[in-house]
Design a binder for this molecule. Sequence first.
Ligand code: NAP
Ligand code: MG
Length: 464
Amino acid sequence: MKAHDGMYIDGAWRPAAGTDTIAVVNPADEQVIAHVPAGTAEDVDAAVRAARAAFPAWAATPPAERAALIAALRDALAARKDEIAATVTAELGAPPQAAQAIHAGLPVAVAGTYADLAATYGFEEEAGNSTVLLEPVGVVGAITPWNYPLHQIVAKVAPALAAGCTVVLKPAEDTPLTARHFAEAAHEAGLPAGVFNLVTGLGPVAGQALAEHPGVDMVSFTGSTAVGRRIGAVAGGAVKRVALELGGKSANVILPGADLAKAVAVGVANVMSNSGQTCSAWTRMLVHRDQYDEAVALAAQAVGKYVPGDRIGPLVNAKQQERVRGYIEQGVAEGARLVAGGPEAPLDKGYYVSPTVFADVTPAMTIAQEEIFGPVVSILAYEDEDDALRIANGTVYGLAGAVWAADDETAVAFARRMETGQVDINGGRFNPLAPFGGYKQSGVGRELGAHGLAEYLQTKSLQF
Ligand code: NAP
Ligand code: MG
């Protein structure tokens, strides 16, 4: 047993209260690579107590000092980049290049934005005869998914710490080893004991105990809409602050006049990235009727680059693989036309799914409505711009999207009418300072940048 096998609570690694463990599996070869403790309500309680005890001093720490500690955390993550990338490859199955650039690299950048924001944010405002103080909400229970194991943690913990909150993290059961690297980095950065705590465990046990704990003032959750609904209900019942980052079914809208080949290639790459396990993926490609056949041919060609086991990794576990293959079978059954891929597993070992492109998809089909969370693109035809808008907005989700047009002005005019939290204009780049979050059932609240920090603050007005 290594020194850090256990829970990170109150500034130290401690044995779990119980003896149950969770096996961590490498999804590329189905081998068990580690075991972590399955935390219970008892572990959660110890962690929440530590976070509560640490809260008053951390909240009173000058923002510049909090900023310096977040900068140290960023540096500790950067120093572990290779180790983190290797761990994400082992427990998520991400190809090494993506593990380095995205899974290990992006969180360093995001932590850096919060080191800057903590130092510069206006924690006090004037309004008429009032001074408005922006104060931390308190103890945050953070519950994260496996798809971007470290990014999802940093996108919650860094702004919470910047705001002056203390945190208890329950990471996904499939990717707890990356969370341990984060805890080690937090320790090395010198965060005071109890400011950050880690409890590994199962969602319905440790996750639920955390969401329900009366010592938790706010729950920040990223994951499925089904679990998000339950957490929202629990938080609502206890009148706790809640932030929910849920699923998506985003549209990649290609208007006439756009660079079709580029829009299709970037659109396919967007969905194949991380094996399709990205909540903001543009899983519906919308193409004008006159360009439809050409777009389908381009997409079938573009997807050929994604060779399973090389450019594209497996899905995270057998359950997700089965789920995604089930959606592909359903697409065929409902009359969509397979132009690449299909339900058969492409390799004998590992939880791989064939990169799949569907044509002749209509808006009412299951594969055009539900989040698949796998490497599956659906191409839909539209008649005119209003039709494209109806299709783009025609799901319960509203997390992200893309618009391609002859010029930015045309694309922006369309984007303004979309019911969604983010839109990339003519291939605009990801921005770690841009607020990220959902319209409609894609969630409540925003992550990243100054808006992500504001989620963890509450106001106190002083009248003079
Ligand atoms: P999930 O169950 O919603 O998992 C997200 C997190 O919530 C995990 O840490 C999970 O723990 C925890 N959790 C589960 N049940 C809980 C409960 N009753 N109370 C408190 N916490 C709980 O998601 P999943 O089952 O791993 O994935 C299923 C689907 O969710 C995917 O196919 C995809 O559609 C969607 N998803 C969306 C995102 C996103 O970024 N929005 C990310 C991942 C998945 P465990 O790890 O132990 O389950
Ligand atoms: Mg689950």
